[in-house]
Write a protein that binds this ligand. Sequence first.
Ligand code: PLP
Length: 478
Amino acid sequence: MNKKSKLHMNTQEFRKEGYKVIDWIADYYDNIEEYPVLSKVKPGEIRNNLPKNPPQKGREFDDILKDMDLMMPGITHWQSPNFHAFFPCSNSGPAILGDLISTGIAVNGMNWITSPSATEVESHVLDWMVNALNLPDQFLTSSLGGGVIQDTASSSSLVAMIAAREKITLGETNKTGCKQNLTVYTSSQSHSSIEKAAKIAGIGTNNFRIIDIDENYAMNANHLLDTIKQDINKGFIPTLVSATVGTTSSTAIDPVDQIGKICKKYNIWLHVDSAMAGPAAICPEFRFVNDGLEFADSYTFNPHKWMLTNFDCNIFYVKDKKYLLNALSILPEYLKNKATEKNDVIDYRDWGIPLGRRFRSLKLWNVINYYGINGIQEYIRTDMRITQELKSWIEADENFEILAPTPLTLICFKYKANDDFNEKLLRKMNASGKMYMSHTKLNGKFAIRFSIGTSTSTKDHVKSTWRRIQKCAIELKG
Ligand code: PLP
């Protein structure tokens, strides 16, 4: 962006158009409830309305901004107060503005030297989070371990698996490689990213063990132990167990403490995926989500789900960074510099897959500083309270039933009828444009998921949505 330029947008124009963009975003939030929550377009509809060829001559920015009118019909409104599908992608003004500054200064913080603040703010904020969530000290930068921001929990779980693999192969081959007999373990309720990580890390689906669950959809630690023993007897090398705190289907909580003891006994890497649940620990009364974390070799959660920090922002902690760095560090000539060579600094390029890194910690910095710990606690507590109220409303209606425990902010429920009816009910609810919910299967049965956490959503919104669901069910029943 030059001060004066014919080719580029100059700073004067940027200022003028930038204000309009901010206005556009603010208007979007003011009017967000007017859109159908779930986009109604058909496949290809948006693309058919776009110009066939790019313009030969550049256009006025004003006109480009108007193009959003072509795209808005194809937007599903994740920030709508009536968005209750999947898990939330919670957002906030300070996070958006932090992201904007990060985009504006546009650094690539791949190494400390390429923008020292990008690295040091990241380390600092992640140490803050260890203390704010009361996580084990093993994750502090001052320990053997530390934290890093990744794009998503999926990337973190992959990196955990690569580090666990490295721990096994290290010393034997002295270079990263995959042996054919490494095995990993997770429950049938874990997120698909764990299986994907096993595929990418070369463990393979044959050596991916799915552990049974108990009546609350949490991992059965006895079955885990039996499976590990059987594998050892057959010559396999148990390498990693991935436990979940807050499963995607029903927010079940695996017994991390019991699992951790097993992992310790058999020297297996324990990875804990707390993608949604992790931020709950900012409130002392919800620190049950941290139980057993002292056994964890790695831990991950998503501020982009439930901590007001716009997508993408995932936090990954590791207890001993040696294996991670051994697996992922490569120092080509063109990246050599004094700080790196003297081992004085953290180079986060060695902590993940990509070389290039955005200054993502800035949006987290903004969120923590704007809300303060107290503000984030209030947000989490409000969501927990609304969920319990919703639960009481569902329980009070004899036509509906709740299908799983509700330790956090997700309610799995159904109308007391068969799966076919409930599928139709969900379709009708979503087609109304007034809400968006997703589904899962629990014990093979269809369940509707009502997930709380979008930062625009209040108790009144949730109450109106519940009334609409009741009405949809009555209409469908006929
Ligand atoms: N782990 C759990 C428990 C999840 O619920 C999810 C997504 O909902 C993920 C991992 C994947 O998260 P991401 O999109 O950050 O990879």
